[in-house]
Design a protein around this ligand. Sequence first.
Ligand SMILES: Nc1nc2c(ncn2[C@@H]2O[C@H](COP(=O)(O)OP(=O)(O)OP(=O)(O)O)[C@@H](O)[C@H]2O)c(=O)[nH]1
Length: 398
Amino acid sequence: MFSGLFLPPFFAVLSTEQQGMLVELPNILFMLVIVLSHFFKQGRSGFAALLMLVAYNVIQQRLQTPLAVGSTLFEYYFLVLLLPANLVLLLFLPERALFSFKALSYHAIFIVQIAVFYWFIQPEQLPLVSNLLTAIEPWILVSGDVSVLPNILLGLLICAVLIAAILMLFREVSSDQAFLSALLASTLTVVEFEQQWISASMFTISAIVLLFSILKRSHEQAFIDELTRIPGRRALNIELAQLSGKYSIAMLDIDRFKKFNDTYGHDIGDSVLKMVASQLATVKGRGRVFRYGGEEFTILFKGKSALDCIGYLNDIRLLVADYPFQIRQPVERREPQEAGAKNTDSCQVEFIEKTVKVTISIGVAQRRSSTTSPDEVIIAADKLLYKAKESGRNQVCA
Ligand SMILES: Nc1nc2c(ncn2[C@@H]2O[C@H](COP(=O)(O)OP(=O)(O)OP(=O)(O)O)[C@@H](O)[C@H]2O)c(=O)[nH]1
């Protein structure tokens, strides 16, 4: 329906040896994903790769004959039902390292399905399989010219894809995109099952997406600060190690943040950090923002003097200071007691909304000479930050 137009001509120009390599490619890529998922502690992607690897091999080893032969049709239905069902199930299960004790229940679910499949495909089960197919015949209205896929299974596949797409939109789990791609690849494969090369090409694409997803998430884990979603200290250190020529570094600190935490609680303090990071990320002048640690941030301006940066830094300082940060705070309200009544401690908790102002202080220093190291520039910027605090906060010192 979709791919038949371009896949066979593309594969036809390849030599038999190259075609053989392309058929093996999903196996290699999925195994790579499994190994990486173990080292990068991304079990969910590892399980998805394991499922896809087994499904691909079932297709290659068992389903390359016409679907009407022997138990092939039954095996095809088995695959169409269980592959998306397992992928969707994984979307809801918590992350577990693939080769860990905690993941044993996942492996058990998987092994039971393989055992059931293996039992059904034994030659002596053929009469039972034929009877089963006859029994479910009224349910599986074949959609004729679209594919050999019964409408009911096609509907389930579409539901699985929709669930993955909705989850991807509404929660921030980076592996969801890879699951959606695996579900789309499985759907296209089973819908276009009679197309030559469909499984090799779709499963290769899905394996590549899974691989990229693992690498992207590992990169994020290493370099992106989990709370503020901006690059963290490790990313800054790598940038600093590669610096040369003219540059300036700004050190920024939220004013009286300890008091803020003590008054409104650590969770609201975290929201302030997120808000400040999102405002800082809009800095002009090609400044790159990092979370230095705690409530301190760093902005690196390559090719700029401290004087060049003052305007950009004042802009973000004002942006933060003008941001109406909303707080929903619980307050206890004591019920007034009637005269002579017994002293019972009755109080109600109410929530009040209020807007608070957050300010930041900034110190910015530039590289003075070719012998000045980035650490020395940071120390100089820190001293200027201290000066900004001493001079009343909410200001830039250069
Ligand atoms: N909520 C939250 N608080 C943090 C985090 N990291 C550091 N802090 C808090 O940030 C506060 C820093 O306080 P101080 O270094 O004393 O400085 P300050 O209160 O901002 O005062 P000045 O810098 O002098 O304006 C401490 O109370 C830390 O607990 C975090 O990730 N989340």
